[in-house]
Design a protein around this ligand. Sequence first.
Ligand code: G3P
Length: 214
Amino acid sequence: MQIFLDTADLDQIKEAARWGILDGATTNPTLVSKENLKFEDLIKKICKIVPGPVSVECVSTKSKDIIKEARGLAKLADNVVVKIPICVEGLKAIKVVSGEGIKVNTTLIFSPNQALLAAKAGARFVSPFVGRLDDISHQGMDLVDEIVTIFNNYGFETEVIVASIRHPLHVLETALMGADIATVPFAVLEKMVKHPLTDIGIENFLKDWSKVKR
Ligand code: G3P
């Protein structure tokens, strides 16, 4: 399973890359708004650090504008993946730009049918938002399970990026369901490494090591 970092924070991306586990990154307008760099400079810097796909979101709403914006974003770096929200205008744009070889991550997926349509239009990735469904008392991971089943049923090559991840259990369930990618906030990545028994074990080993005759 691939792990992407869901952030536009350069320090977090550099740190995760040093851990040797980083496969890609996802950004969105909210995440880039938190950074103090010009948009295009920020994306180019992220793309240099990340050893894989970097999702960058289109903000246009009409298909012809989305297509133009997607073409521009794709030129920023070889590893840019263009994020397009699921909607009718988005589907039209996905069809055109995917046909030109631009990789698309269809975002804001909240139903399996939205994912099916995105895959049929040619999207390389779909991003179901599990945390936001949990927030309104729906089972976010059920959506992932259904999308994985549908894609397997019909042999779609579209990859599933589990997004809006809130905690390590979302990542665990992603792996157990066989979804392709989890895109995680840095705080979740840190929690994934930790276990209290590991901390206690290290502390005890260090204590005992200090008693060893050397
Ligand atoms: O990048 C898209 C998604 O992961 C956003 O998550 O926490 O804003 O629901 P969140």
